[in-house]
Write a protein that binds this ligand. Structure first.
Ligand code: NAD
Ligand code: UDP
Length: 310
C-alpha cells in the first residue's frame, strides 16, 4: 500500500510509520512539527519508502499519486500542549479532519481517525464502553481537545454516510513509551524524567484519580487490527489495567530506584476522576488485548529516557 500518516513525526505517528514501513508499505508522513520532532523519523532518512512533508493539515492537503489509506493522527495530545494551543487543536480536529477525509475520498483510500478516551470526558460510567456518550464540559479548557475529537468522529461518520467512505475510528486510551518528549507534560514522561533527575514527582490533586496505561507497541497492533478487519463503529483501544496516579508515582520510584520525593500540586480543571477502557468489543471482534504489563512497559520507557537524558 501507499499510506499517508498525518502527525507522522509525533509519538504515536512515528511508531505507526515504523510498523507500516517494516510491513513493506510506502508512507508519506505529513506534520507541521508543532509538537512532533524530525528526530522521531530520522531513522528513515535513507529509506525511499518514507517521505516527510512539512505541512499544517488544517490547510488543504495536496498529495500527488495514489493512496490506499489515510491515518489521521495530527493533533496536540498532551493536556499541556493543547491548553497552550487551544485554537490550533480545535482547527486540526475540525478543519484538519475535514481535509484528511477529503483527501481519502479523492483517492478512494481507507480513513482511520485517531480519536480518544477524552470523548468520554469525566466519565459517569465506569469502565467506559463505546456505547457511552460521555460527560464533557464544552466550555472548559479541556473542551478544545474533547470537542474537537467529538466533532472529528461526527465528521468521519458523515463522510461514511454521505460519501460511502471506508472509515475507522479508534478511541485511544493513555498510551506511553519511547519517543514521548521529556517535556511533553503527560504523567508517565513527567514522573520518569523527574525520578531520573532526582526532582520531586509532581502529583496533581491527591493522586486518587485513575488512568489505564497502554504500552505503545500494544496500541499500534490494536490500531492495525482495526484498520485491517474493523468496521465503521468506534473501537476502544487501551489497557484495562487501572492505576491511581499515586500508585504510578510509587511504581516509577521503585523501578528507577530514585529517592525523589512526591509533591502535590493543584488538579487541573475538569481532570477526569477515573478512566478505564471496556475492551470487550475489540477483543471479541479482533482478538486484540494488550500484552505488555505496566511494569514491563515502564522498564522499556525508563531505558529510553535514561539514554535521552544522558
Ligand atoms: P504528539 O503530540 O506526539 O503527536 C502529534 C503530532 O501531530 C505531532 O507530530 C504534531 O507536530 C502533529 N500535528 C499537530 N497539529 C498538526 C497540524 N495542524 N498539521 C500537521 N501536523 C500536526 O501526540 P501523540 O501522543 O503521538 O498523539 C497522536 C494522536 O493520537 C493525536 O491525534 C492524539 O489526539 C491521539 N491520542 C493519543 C493518545 C496518547 O495517549 N498518546 C491518547 C488518545 C488519543
Ligand atoms: N498528572 C500528575 N502529574 C503530572 C502530570 C499529570 O499527577 O506531572 C495527572 C493528571 O492530572 C491526570 C493524570 O496524571 O490526572 C494523567 O495526566 P496526563 O496529562 O498524562 O493525561 P490525561 O489522561 O489527563 O489526558
Amino acid at each position: 500500500m501507499r499510506v499517508l500518516v498525518t502527525g507522522a513525526a509525533g509519538f504515536l505517528g512515528s511508531h505507526l510509520c515504523d510498523r507500516l514501513v517494516s510491513a513493506g508499505h510506502a508512507v508519506v508522513g505529513v506534520d507541521n512539527l508543532v509538537t512532533g520532532r524530525t528526530a522521531n523519523v530520522d531513522h528513515f532518512r535513507a529509506n525511499p519508502a518514507f517521505t516527510l512533508v512539512h505541512h499544517d493539515v488544517s490547510r488543504y492537503i495536496d498529495v500527488a499519486g495514489a493512496l490506499d489509506a489515510v491515518f489521521h493522527f495530527a493533533s496536540p495530545a498532551s493536556p499541556v500542549d493543547y491548553l497552550k494551543l487551544p485554537i490550533q487543536t480545535l482547527k486540526v480536529g475540525a478543519l484538519g479532519t475535514h481535509n484528511a477525509l477529503g483527501l481519502a475520498k479523492a483517492k478512494g483510500a481507507r480513513f482511520v481517525l485517531a480519536s480518544t478516551s477524552e470523548v468520554y470526558g469525566d466519565p459517569a460510567v465506569h469502565p467506559q464502553p463505546e456505547s457511552y456518550w460521555g460527560h464533557v464540559n464544552p466550555t472548559g479548557p479541556r473542551g478544545v481537545y474533547d470537542e474537537a475529537k467529538r466533532f472529528a468522529e461526527a465528521m468521519t461518520m458523515a463522510y461514511r454516510r454521505v460519501h460511502g467512505l471506508d472509515t475507522r475510528i479508534v478511541r485511544i486510551f493513555n498510551t506511553y513509551g519511547p519517543r514521548m518528549r521529556a517535556q511533553d507534560g503527560r504523567v508517565v514522561s513527567n514522573f520518569i524524567v523527574q525520578a531520573l533527575q532526582g526532582q520531586p514527582l509532581t502529583v496533581y490533586g491527591d493522586g486518587s484519580q485513575t488512568r489505564s496505561f497502554c504500552y505503545v507497541d500494544d496500541l499500534i497492533e490494536g490500531i492495525l487490527r482495526v484498520f485491517d478487519r474493523g468496521d465503521d463503529q468506534p473501537y476502544n483501544v487501551g489497557n484495562p489495567g487501572e492505576f491511581t496516579v499515586i500508585q504510578l508515582a510509587r511504581l516509577v520510584l521503585r523501578l528507577t530506584g530514585s529517592s525523589s520525593s512526591i509533591v502535590y500540586e493543584p488538579l487541573p480543571t475538569d481532570d477526569p476522576r477515573q478512566r478505564r477502557p471496556d475492551i470487550t468489543r475489540v477483543f471479541t471482534a479482533l482478538q486484540w488485548e494488550p500484552r505488555v504489563s505496566l511494569e514491563d512497559g515502564l522498564h522499556r520507557t525508563i531505558g529510553y529516557f535514561k539514554d535521552v537524558l544522558a
